[in-house]
Design a protein around this ligand. Structure first.
Ligand code: CMX
Length: 423
């Protein structure tokens, strides 16, 4: 009973029963109130949706199925995918079975490459990656079964089947986009002996003599997997999925949000910022110079990339996990040293400025410097890495939402006139 689909089939009736009981006993209890400020302020802090795959604690950061991130940062991305979906880590058989499925479904249809080949050469890698996902929509098993009249109780299985097939292909698509967009030569076939994350590193085709890039990719793809349900990408994809649009549409929708500079694209912005510092000072600046540089940027009305967060009020544990990796694996690197120094300088400056509610680093403050060190220097590609990983969280959440039979998402909006007259 250790296989993913079997385990989910035993758990889902329990989860459905639990939610049914909750709705019967507490269905009319109040979770949250909404102020006018929240209605105009991105609904920040409004508790209006559920997500069981992970939770973000302002003080502790990401907790995946009850496990604080730093306790499980060593596991493989496939293991975290299994955990997100089932609430349990896979045993040996469960992991091997999931890896076999990801290998089996990993081939990308030829028409995807035809489409990408015809995109303008200066397209953003995220636009290419997401086009590849959308163009595969015709493969959807959910859409086919829906057209045949599948029962609502069974939706989750078809969504999971689509999700597994889609997630399986993302490393090859991501690596293919990288090689095409940055003129790296032919695509490199997958190695069936490698796991999902290591295979991605292999298909990128960068030198990796001691296997550290493979390890970094396993870590990267694990750390970015999920961040509860209300962030732009998760919420967008879940909203689209709630209309019973299939996972190709829904993951694509979420990734369009991840492509924004305040969300996933921040990792590209962040490395750009660190390189700007290095070039400006022709090396690692003193703490005083760095502090002044940060103030100048703030005073010119720009944000400090990699710092602040809508929910977190502590250093992001994903940042800590990346920094731990860097401290163990990187020596004498100007870019990484600047990232380390920013941690000393930025939080006190943001506190003094008094605007950002969270002066601490988020995941994006560290990741780019590690990728850069190991030869992945094309930073417009970084959000694609984030996307490959985050697709696991989006798929897990949409499988659970269909398993629980959640309806179409439709919050109520009000007009400014209505607020003036009624509040
Ligand atoms: N640098 C400068 N100012 C910042 C700041 C930062 N890093 N973080 C927040 N602020 C400012 C906001 O711009 C806002 O200013 P205004 O009132 O003038 O608009 C004010 O502080 C209050 O913002 P907040 O409530 O603390 O933050 P939000 O929830 O509105 O926004 C985030 C959160 C992440 C968009 C914001 O902190 C930011 O822009 N950070 C830099 C970009 C970044 O690192 N994004 C990655 C986020 C990680 C992810 O989504 O995956």
């Amino acid at each position: 009973m250790a296989k993913l689909m079997d385990l989910m089939a035993t758990k889902i009736p329990e989860w459905r029963y639990e939610v049914k009981q909750l709705l019967e006993s507490k269905g009319d209890s109040i979770l949250s109130q909404v102020t006018v400020r929240q209605a105009y302020g991105g609904m920040r802090g409004v508790k209006g949706l559920t997500c069981d795959t992970s939770a973000v604690s302002p003080e502790k950061g990401l907790i995946i199925r009850g496990r604080p991130l730093l306790e499980i940062a060593h596991i493989l991305p496939e293991e975290v995918f299994f955990l997100l979906l089932t609430g349990e880590l896979p045993d040996t058989e469960g992991l091997a079975d999931l890896q076999a499925q990801l290998n089996q479904y990993g081939d990308v249809p030829g028409y995807v490459w035809d489409v990408l080949d015809h995109m303008p050469r200066d397209s953003h890698p995220m636009a290419m990656f997401n086009t590849a996902i959308l163009v595969m929509e015709k493969e959807s098993i959910f859409r086919q079964r829906y057209d045949e009249g599948i029962q609502k109780q069974e939706y989750w299985k078809a969504i999971l089947e689509d999700g597994l097939r889609l997630v399986a292909k993302l490393p090859a698509i991501g690596a293919g986009v990288y090689r095409l967009r940055f003129n790296k030569g032919d695509r490199i076939p997958a190695d069936p002996n490698l796991d999902w994350g290591a295979n991605f590193a292999h298909m990128l085709g960068l030198p990796d003599p001691d296997g550290k890039l493979k390890k970094l990719m396993q870590l990267y793809l694990m750390l970015h997997c999920d961040h509860e349900g209300g962030n732009v990408s998760a919420f967008s994809s879940l909203t689209v999925a709630s209309a019973l649009s299939d996972p190709y549409y829904a993951v694509s929708a979420g990734l369009n949000g991840l492509a924004g500079p305040l969300h996933g694209l921040a990792n590209q912005e962040c490395l750009k910022f660190v390189l700007e510092i290095r070039d400006h000072f022709q090396g690692v600046p003193s703490q005083d110079d760095l502090r002044q540089f940060v103030w100048d940027r703030l005073n010119s009305g720009r944000v400090i990339p990699g710092y602040g967060h809508a929910v977190l009020r502590c250093p992001d544990p994903r940042y800590t996990a990346f920094m731990n990796f860097g401290k163990e694996n990187i020596e004498n690197d100007e870019v990484f040293d600047i990232v380390k120094n920013l941690f000393e300088v930025v939080p006190p400056v943001l506190k003094e400025q008094g605007k950002a509610k969270n002066p601490w680093p988020n995941v994006d403050a560290a990741s780019g410097s590690l990728l850069y060190h190991f030869g992945l220097t094309e930073f417009s590609f970084y959000t694609v890495l984030f996307s490959i990983s985050r697709a696991m969280g989006m798929v897990s959440q949409m499988v659970l939402n269909r398993a629980l039979g959640l309806p179409i998402t439709r919050p109520k909006s009000v007009t400014t006139e209505w607020i003036k007259n009624n509040v």
